[in-house]
Ligand binder design. Structure first.
Ligand code: ADP
Ligand code: MG
Length: 716
């Protein structure tokens, strides 16, 4: 197993060195089977390499041990050595706390705990010295330490002496088995001493030289055992560089591979339907951004390579018309077009707006959703099979096994982040040809995410709103300002406008949320009584006919107010609605709020968005609300969202495992990501299989990382 222990080092060949790092963690001195199982389960550490990749989450300066009498700063960290005595329990059951005295030669200071009592009571022996690290706080005019880190003090402790000490995360279970932060640090230090020299380099000397990177070995050393801030920074930079670099290599290589393999349908002509529509039926002039994007899509679809393009455009930027024009090109070339939406409401809206746009054109279009009646469904399926249907719009119902589309040339997926990657693949499989794929999203994606999450797609952006739009004005109100709100609403209704009122509906608190909505609705009925006012209600628990009925009342202006849950979030388009009131706005995520606000501001009048919350707000909620009030810029909002929540949440999907960078932070590393993408892209261009001598390190690392069973001959 360990070549280090069994054979002289000189006999370790490259592969052995790598094997060394792939050793099971239980073979590391000080671990053993029991702790290994725990490390595996709680921290995902199975091998030596995994442990090396277990990076500190922060660093503390422990270069010095203070004396109790030196403790003088509020909220300042100190490290002390002393004895613990005088454990006392205070207070009633619900407000219990434990205190103890911590004493060194210079004095005594109080320690306080509010939980973990059992553990504390048995932990300290009166005659032993402990090393304490914690933040001093003032309470009753005296300093104390609340929940300090405490370990037995070992005079020979090697770790003191490093001026910056890594803090490693560790679960309660790990702590109870002697795998707290300090022990983890010790294990890693031993491991580095044993294997540090055998960490194989992953980049070429050229790259390392050009970008002034630390060698990988020393980066690993300094990330765990930094002697100062500046070397730590360099280590971090190098390791992030690697993370992003190999990620991008895989993305770009995958993209290139796919382009080589999947010959796309060639749409050689832009024909009668397109021209007829463009010249005679376009309801408005396209914005420059729309024109540019249509051109990009046209070029893709004529290239002979399967299109995989992401179309980003903020809410209201006019993606629908772009989708339609693209579909017409597919039709002109004898193919069918598919448009898939994440919700029934949205599919219906697309169906209605597209049907109405093409009503003068000679083509067949149908809607297929979960609630399509079976007789009608049979006909649609038959017409899809025979190819007599030109455009099919629908929901997930479209990807059911029995739906066979004879000749799909273009698949458009709206709001892609709600579809899993697997579902996307399923769509591609339809029929024998690879249809072109256009993914549309209204969630503006920060550049860093676009370069990572969607790194294998080409990206088009509609970065211009149709002319004449006034930015929505957003304000934040508290419940005691409700009267003001009501008179404002009455005024807007008197001017002929319509209003949305949105309530949260979150699975975990569904019942309570529905009660909120119900109560809100009833109080609205009092403030906006019939027959002067009509209010409709739409929420996810309703039957789809009922939903549809209520939506229609709003669309036909029979109701002035729509009370709804987030089902209206995506895509709903009623230009006459100019006020969006969001109740419990603090319970919505930023991108959701932005989507909701995008429902108004679609007509020519000034629109308003009113965010209502209680006074008590978390820091994050405050930040979200401030951001909404401050800006309408979807990209800026997306960046704040990314910083607040991290990439997985931001994308509204839990399957963003591929974006779990260990060190990389998408909200801060834009520069680095851009730079690395360029470097990776140049490498894939020049040497896609990493065959050049100088790229041997990259090649080996790539294979190791992705267990590349990749057929290396494919790209040539
Ligand atoms: P989204 O990108 O949110 O899907 P839509 O395609 O629904 O946006 O368009 C929003 C609204 O703007 C629709 O009412 C649409 O008819 C209108 N619209 C789209 N493009 C233009 C344009 N170039 N000029 C004027 N109005 C437009
Ligand atoms: Mg839309």
């Amino acid at each position: 197993m360990l070549c280090i222990q069994q054979t002289p080092l000189v006999f370790c060949y490259l592969s052995n060195m790598i094997n060394l790092l792939e050793n099971k963690i239980e073979y590391l001195k000080g671990v053993g089977p029991k702790r290994a199982a725990l490390l595996n389960k709680e921290a995902g550490i199975a091998t030596f390499l995994d442990l090396l990749n277990y990076f500190p989450f922060r660093y503390i300066d422990k270069s010095r041990i203070y004396q109790v009498r030196e403790v003088s700063g509020d909220d300042v960290y100190y490290q002390l050595v002393g004895r613990i005595s005088n454990l006392k329990t205070h207070g009633a059951p619900r407000t219990t706390r434990i205190t103890a005295s911590f004493t060194d030669e210079s004095g005594t200071i109080e320690l306080v705990w509010f939980k973990g009592f059992k553990w504390i009571k048995n932990k300290f022996e009166p005659n032993r010295k402990y090393l304490l690290f914690g933040k001093a706080t003032v309470f009753n005019n005296k300093f104390n330490f609340v929940h300090p880190e405490i370990d037995l003090y070992d005079e020979t402790d090697q770790l003191l002496g490093e001026s910056l000490q890594g803090v490693y995360s560790s679960s309660e279970n790990m702590k109870s088995q002697g795998l707290g932060s300090r022990q983890m640090a010790r294990l890693i230090k031993n491991l580095l001493a044993q294997t540090g020299d055998y960490i194989p380099e992953t980049l070429s000397n050229t790259l390392i030289g050009q970008h002034q990177l630390l060698p990988l070995k020393s980066a690993y050393h300094h990330i765990h055992l930094p002697s100062d801030q500046s070397i730590l920074k360099k280590a971090l930079y190098r390791l992030k560089f690697d993370e992003y670099f190999f990620f991008q290599l895989r993305m770009l290589r995958g993209k290139k591979l796919r382009e080589r393999q999947s010959r796309g349908v060639v749409f050689s002509t832009v024909g009668a339907l397109f021209h007829n529509f463009y010249n005679n039926h376009l309801p408005f002039g396209l914005t420059n951004a729309q024109k540019r994007v249509v051109k990009e899509i046209r070029a893709d679809m004529g290239s002979g390579i399967q299109m995989n393009r992401l179309l980003q455009g903020d809410v209201g930027s006019g993606k629908t018309i772009v989708a339609l024009l693209s579909m017409l090109i597919a039709l002109d070339n004898g193919y069918q077009a598919v448009l898939m939406a994440p919700t029934e409401i949205l599919a219906v809206q697309h169906f209605q707006s597209i049907s109405s746009l093409v009503r003068e054109l000679p083509l067949q279009i149908a809607l297929l959703t979960g609630s399509t009646r079976s007789a009608e469904r049979k006909i649609i399926e038959e017409n899809l099979r025979t190819g007599s249907l030109n455009i099919i719009i629908g929901t997930h119902a479209l990807i059911e096994e029995r739906v066979v589309i004879s000749n799909p040339g273009l698949v458009i997926i709206d709001e892609q982040h709600r579809f899993g990657v697997a579902q996307r693949a399923r769509l591609w499989e339809k029929g024998s040809v690879s249809p072109h794929v256009l993914v549309m999203t209204a969630t503006p994606i920060p550049r860093t995410l676009a370069m990572t999450q969607y790194g294998d797609l080409d990206v088009s952006v509609i970065d211009e709103l149709p002319p004449g739009r006034k930015p929505v004005q957003t304000i934040h109100l508290y419940p005691n300002q409700r009267l003001k709100l009501i008179s404002f609403m009455r005024k807007k209704i008197a001017e002929g406008r319509q209003i949305y009122i949105v309530y949260p509906l979150i699975k975990e608190s569904e019942k309570l949320d529905l009660i909120n909505l119900q109560e809100g609705y009833e109080s609205l009925l009092r403030d906006f009584p019939e027959p002067d006012y009509q209010i409709c209600v739409v929420h996810g628990q309703m039957k789809s006919e009922d939903k549809d009925w209520e939506m229609q009342r709003f669309i036909r202006k029979q109701a002035q107010i729509m009370v709804a849950t987030t089902v209206i979030e995506v895509g709903v388009d009623v230009p006459n609605a100019s006020v969006m009131v969001i109740e419990h706005a603090d319970r919505f995520g930023l991108s959701q709020l932005h989507q909701l606000r995008g429902r108004v501001g679609r007509g020519a009048e000034q629109s308003h968005c009113i965010l209502i919350t209680d006074h008590k707000l978390t820091a994050d909620a405050k930040k979200r609300l401030e951001t909404m009030v401050r800006t309408n810029d979807g990209f800026e909002i997306a960046s704040v969202d990314l910083a607040l929540r991290g990439p997985g949440e931001t994308m509204g999907t839990r399957q963003s495992g591929q974006l779990d960078f260990k060190l990389g932070d998408l909200s801060r590393d834009e520069q680095l990501i851009k730079q690395v993408r360029l470097i990776a892209s140049a490498m894939i261009q020049e040497d896609p299989n990493f065959e050049k001598e100088e790229n041997a390190a990259v090649r080996n690392a790539y294979k190791r990382l992705y267990h590349a069973s990749t057929d290396w001959s494919r790209i040539g």
